[in-house]
Design a protein around this ligand. Sequence first.
Ligand code: ADP
Ligand code: MG
Length: 257
Amino acid sequence: MIKMENVSMKFGGLYALSDVSFEVNEGELFSIIGPNGSGKSTLFNVVTGVYSPSHGNIYLQNHKITGMPPNRLNHVGMARTFQNPRIFKDITVLENVMIPLLARSNVSLFSEIINIKRQKREYDALKPIAINALEVSGLSDKINQDASKLSYGDQKRLEIARCFAVSPKIILLDEPVAGLNSEERESINHLAKSLNEKGITILLIEHDMKMVMGISNRIMVLNYGKKVALGNPKEISNDPEVIKAYLGVEESDDGTA
Ligand code: ADP
Ligand code: MG
């Protein structure tokens, strides 16, 4: 589904990603873990076209997408959330989800003659899709609220709803549970899993190794921009490189090793 081939990303003299290759299969829930600064968000930014990699190529369903801009990638089925939620606070929860739906619909927002009737028809046709996405994401009772009133957890949920609404092939989630309490973490994890069960491929970044163990098909571990391991949760938790580079430190901290 998504393939990265020998991708490097250099900022000044520093390699945020160094010769990273991996492939995510269709329908997979694939997680990327690693300490802060290990290159996880950079990898997302390269996959989603925010940055063009210094070296290497990226493929979506065997089509080269290296350097393709984010808006074009949206149109070919890629949706993402951000580490810090990016929602429009001055409008309602529903309107936040309507924006990407209207943007990709046939009604051109840029048409010179504004056909109000047609736009209204289009809006009414897309509204149930937005409402369904909000229901799936657990926001059905907040549809008409101002987005500014949402808790941090609900903002993260709204970003996910916005992704789901446009029927993507793949959703990339950048630390969807960071900053949330354990109950909210559990419920967002459940949401990610349920989207995956609907057939959407999920690429998940999580700082917390334990969180991803339960829901991932496979996990890739980054450290200093390099891939240090890739395997299923069991293989990852037993990998000596991972324990040395990452887990060893984390797990001895809280005595759960
Ligand atoms: P992670 O998401 O794993 O915490 P990042 O991908 O955000 O890590 O960062 C990896 C490294 O790349 C860090 O050293 C970071 O400072 C650097 N970096 C990320 N984005 C930029 C940028 N736009 N310009 C310069 N350095 C960057
Ligand atoms: Mg990050």
